[in-house]
Design a protein around this ligand. Structure first.
Ligand SMILES: [Zn+2]
Length: 87
C-alpha cells in the first residue's frame, strides 16, 4: 500500500506508514478538480441568470407607476423646483 502523504511503498497490511507514521486506514482526502469547479460555477451562473430574468419578469408585472422608468414630474416635484412657482 502506497502512502498518500510521503509516497513510500508499505508492504503488507499495516496500519501506519513506516516512514512518516501516517494512518493508512483513513480514507484519502477529497480535493475538488477542474471538472468539479466548472460544473459548480456553471450551476451557480445558470441559477443567477434564471433569478435575474425571473425578477425582471416579476417587476414588469407590477402596477403603474412602479413599472415605469420615467417617473412623472407630478410624482416627484422636488426634482423640478424651477417648474413650481414659489408661494
Ligand atoms: Zn508516509
Amino acid at each position: 500500500m502506497k502512502c498518500l502523504d510521503c509516497g513510500t511503498e508499505n508492504k503488507g497490511n499495516i496500519r501506519y506508514c513506516r516512514k512518516c507514521g501516517k494512518d493508512l486506514t483513513l480514507p484519502p482526502v477529497w480535493f475538488p478538480n477542474l471538472k468539479w469547479h466548472l460544473k459548480t460555477l456553471a450551476i451557480i451562473y445558470i441559477v443567477l441568470i434564471i433569478f435575474y430574468f425571473s425578477i425582471g419578469h416579476l417587476l414588469r408585472k407590477l402596477p403603474p407607476p412602479y413599472d415605469q422608468r420615467i417617473i412623472p414630474p407630478e410624482t416627484t416635484p422636488w426634482l423640478y423646483p424651477h417648474k413650481n412657482p414659489a408661494p
